[in-house]
Design a protein around this ligand. Structure first.
Ligand SMILES: [Cu+2]
Length: 116
C-alpha cells in the first residue's frame, strides 16, 4: 500500500515537472526559424542575421545535391549530401560569425551572423 502511494506521488511530481517544462518552452520560444534556399548553385542570401537559439533551415531547390557545412568555431556542422526538395535545420547556439559553404560547390558561400 505504501509502495503504491509513493509511486503515485512521484508520478504526480514528474507530471508537475513536465508541465512546468512545457510552460517554460514558449517563453524561450522567441527563437525563430529562418529559411535559406540553395538555387542555381547559390545561397539565396549572402548574409543572414540571427539570434542565439534561432534555427536556419537549408532547403535544396536545385535539381542536384548540395552539402552545406561550416568549420566556424561558433557553429561547426555538416548537413551531408541531400537532393532537390531536401531540407535540414541547424540551430545556432553560440554568438559569432559562421561561414557556411557547400562541399560540392566551393563557390557557394554565405555568412550567418549570430547575435546574443
Ligand atoms: Cu552545392
Amino acid at each position: 500500500m505504501k509502495k503504491i502511494l509513493s509511486s503515485r506521488l512521484s508520478c504526480g511530481a514528474l507530471r508537475l515537472v513536465l508541465t512546468a517544462a512545457m510552460i517554460a518552452v514558449p517563453a524561450v520560444g522567441s527563437a525563430a526559424e529562418h529559411v535559406v534556399s540553395q538555387k542555381g548553385k547559390a545561397f539565396n542570401v549572402k548574409t543572414l542575421k540571427v539570434k542565439v537559439g534561432d534555427a536556419v533551415k537549408f532547403v535544396n531547390e536545385d535539381p542536384f545535391s548540395h552539402n552545406v557545412f561550416s568549420l566556424s568555431a561558433a557553429k561547426n556542422f555538416d548537413l551531408g549530401t541531400y537532393p532537390q526538395g531536401g531540407a535540414k535545420s541547424v540551430t545556432f547556439d553560440k554568438p559569432g560569425t559562421v561561414e557556411v559553404e557547400c562541399a560540392i560547390h566551393p563557390d557557394m558561400q554565405m555568412v550567418v551572423e549570430v547575435a546574443k
